[in-house]
Design a protein around this ligand. Structure first.
Ligand SMILES: Nc1ncnc2c1ncn2[C@@H]1O[C@H](COP(=O)(O)OP(=O)(O)OP(=O)(O)O)[C@@H](O)[C@H]1O
Length: 225
């Protein structure tokens, strides 16, 4: 169920985030927070700036201006805080790793993931021997189960069959008691289903939306019959 902003247990605080390129404003004065136990969804048309926003938070690109706090401490590059992990749109795990090595690298020790039959069956497989969808699935599960308290997920459902989309959702729900999660994906119903709060990124501004009607009003969806 979508809620209003939860100011207790705040993990991530973003204010006045602005980013422009080539003379055009891509993100303008964005305000966004994420608390522990929360999944915050960000929807937007292609090219609206969702990945740019996550890249700025993680520190891969620099904003023109952004005031960002993690657990009350100001930061400029999310990866330097030791508190933020990020699933980028593109694959990131070296393909020559075994799945077991990838799990070790991210120091995953949660039995909810380690004892999954899907994980157990593939522990000794090299990622290069897996399909692109399976690599994406494992990358997403690994990032969800990292120990860091904030997780940024950019299009975690792309390329996944429905049963694996449900699996990802189930595991996000299992870890969110100890995390704050920002998620962006074009599978908007899945994002809505998971999100405690939902935002629409449009014309470089972020607006909170409460339901599908407001997504229609915001020009993200066509009229619902
Ligand atoms: N370094 C850059 N130089 C020029 N333009 C950029 C740069 N980074 C992002 N942009 C532009 O910013 C806009 C937002 O891109 P971004 O990838 O963040 O959108 P998105 O909402 O994630 O899109 P999609 O849903 O298609 O992945 C695009 O028009 C893109 O061309």
């Amino acid at each position: 169920m979508l809620e209003s902003e939860n100011l207790s247990n705040e993990l991530l605080y973003i204010d006045s985030l602005s980013f422009s390129r080539g003379g055009g404003s891509i993100l303008s004065g964005l305000y966004l927070t994420c608390a522990q136990h929360e999944v915050v969804g960000i929807l937007g048309r292609n090219g609206s700036g969702k990945s740019t926003l996550m890249n700025v938070i993680f520190g891969r690109i620099k904003a023109d201006f952004a005031f960002m706090r993690c657990k009350g401490i100001k930061f400029e590059k999310g990866y330097q805080t030791g508190e933020i992990t990020y699933l980028p749109q593109e694959g990131f795990l070296p393909r020559n790793l075994l799945l077991s090595e990838a799990l070790q690298f991210f120091q995953i020790d949660d039995v909810n993931l380690l004892e999954l039959p899907l994980i157990q069956e593939n522990l000794n497989r090299r990622l290069s021997s897996l399909s692109l969808g399976m690599i994406r699935l494992f990358e997403t599960l690994l990032i969800i189960y990292t120990k860091e308290s904030i997780t940024l997920l950019d299009e975690p459902f792309v390329g996944l069959s429905p049963i694996y989309i449900e699996l990802i959702k189930e595991h996000i729900k299992l870890v969110k008691h100890r995390k704050g999660i920002l998620i962006s994906d074009h599978y908007f119903r899945q994002v809505m289903d998971l999100s405690d709060r939902l935002y629409l990124l449009k014309d470089s501004h972020l607006t909170q939306v409460l339901n599908e009607d407001e997504l229609v009003f915001g020009g993200y969806l066509n009229q619902i019959d």
